[in-house]
Design a protein around this ligand. Structure first.
Ligand SMILES: [Cu+2]
Length: 348
């Protein structure tokens, strides 16, 4: 009963081909990096010491200079022609919600609509004045009354089970070692801060049509600096705003959270595979509300760490000393701006 499957099949095939191509190219890129690394000085050595345990750490270092933004072939979860269900989902909650919609809600809605339509037609044909000149004076029928009360109750209870499960899953708290990212809504762009990775902030603005076309990206979704996140890693995604209420929404990741001045909202996000995912501000926030898109770039952990370093940030053990000071600096101005308005407001 999953109507979205046809177009999804095509997308999946393209993704698999792209992944295969990436795998074929990766070893060459890595070995080239190894050669470069031999010549690299102190910072690289420190990074190796910070996380020496496994091979992944070496990969991270090898990839340090290798970060290049993902190309348009990595775009995932976009709307498809003639699709009638949600976009393809790339998080566990999203997959569950998509299944619930396609396998439970849509069939039940369809059956109920057809059943009620059938009853109506039956009554119209069989009990109109011409066909049924002398109507029956029946007023009660206990059996039917019990049935038409019980059946809807059972249907609602049946829907409530997966529905409440989904609701509860969305409130799950991130684990202690989750990567923390704070998205701040501004009129009219987004700022992404990494408080546990040195506290740097990335400002993200929409690309012009020409720039987006040149990148092969959809206009009004493509941005200059994407929100770069690690894939397959729990992320503590916090939202706030510096001026008015915005909302951070990525349909294909089943993520939507209001960004409210003076408040810090938080939800866990785990992106299941690398790719580019688009979203938009979903709270009417002023004249350019429609022009502050969100573009997430999910990378394998090692490459994400390389990106963090390329931004002047820190990863893992290095963050312990550097992060608190930097994070406070970054957080304070936003919080102060944001709190200024709500303090004045309650007097009214
Ligand atoms: Cu907005």
């Amino acid at each position: 009963m999953n109507f979205g499957n046809l177009p999804r099949g095509a997308v999946r095939m393209i993704t698999t081909l792209a992944a295969a191509a990436a795998l074929a190219v990766a070893p060459q890129a890595l070995s080239a990096q190894d050669a470069t690394e031999a010549a690299v000085s102190a910072p690289a050595t420190e990074q190796v010491e910070a996380a020496p345990e496994d091979a992944a750490a070496t990969d991270a270092v090898a990839a340090t200079d290798a970060y290049t933004p993902l190309g348009s072939e990595w775009i995932k979860g976009q709307p498809v022609d003639k699709g009638i269900t949600f976009q393809e989902q790339y998080s566990k909650d999203g997959k569950f919600a998509l299944w619930m919609h396609d396998a439970i809600l849509l069939p039940i809605i369809t059956v109920i609509c057809l059943f009620v339509l059938g009853l109506l037609l039956w009554v119209v044909v069989k009990f109109n004045r011409r066909a049924n000149a002398v109507p029956s004076k029946t007023t009660h029928n206990t059996f039917i009354e019990v049935v038409w009360t019980l059946v809807p109750v059972l249907i609602l209870v049946g829907i409530a089970v997966p529905s409440i499960t989904l609701l509860a899953r969305q409130y799950e708290s991130p684990p202690a070692d989750a990567v923390t990212v704070k998205a701040t809504g501004y009129q009219w762009y987004w700022g992404y801060t990494y408080p546990d990775n040195g506290g740097f902030e990335v400002i993200s603005n929409m690309l012009t049509k020409e720039q987006a076309d040149a990148n092969g990206e959809p206009h009004q979704l493509a941005v200059d600096n994407r929100l770069v996140l690690p894939a397959n890693t729990p992320i503590r995604l916090q939202t706030t705003a510096a001026d008015v209420i915005h909302a951070f929404a990525i349909p294909s990741l089943w993520f939507k959270l209001d960004a409210v001045p003076g408040r810090l909202n938080e939800r866990m996000l785990t992106i299941e595979e690398p790719g580019i995912y688009y979203g938009q501000c979903s709270e009417l926030c002023g004249a350019r509300h429609g022009y502050m898109p969100i573009a997430i770039e999910a990378l394998p952990r090692a490459q994400w760490e390389a990106w963090v370093r390329s931004q002047g940030g820190t990863v893992g053990g290095e963050a312990e000393e550097a992060a608190p000071a930097a994070a406070t600096e970054a957080a304070v101005p936003a919080a102060t701006d944001a709190e200024a308005e709500p303090i004045a407001a309650p007097a009214a």
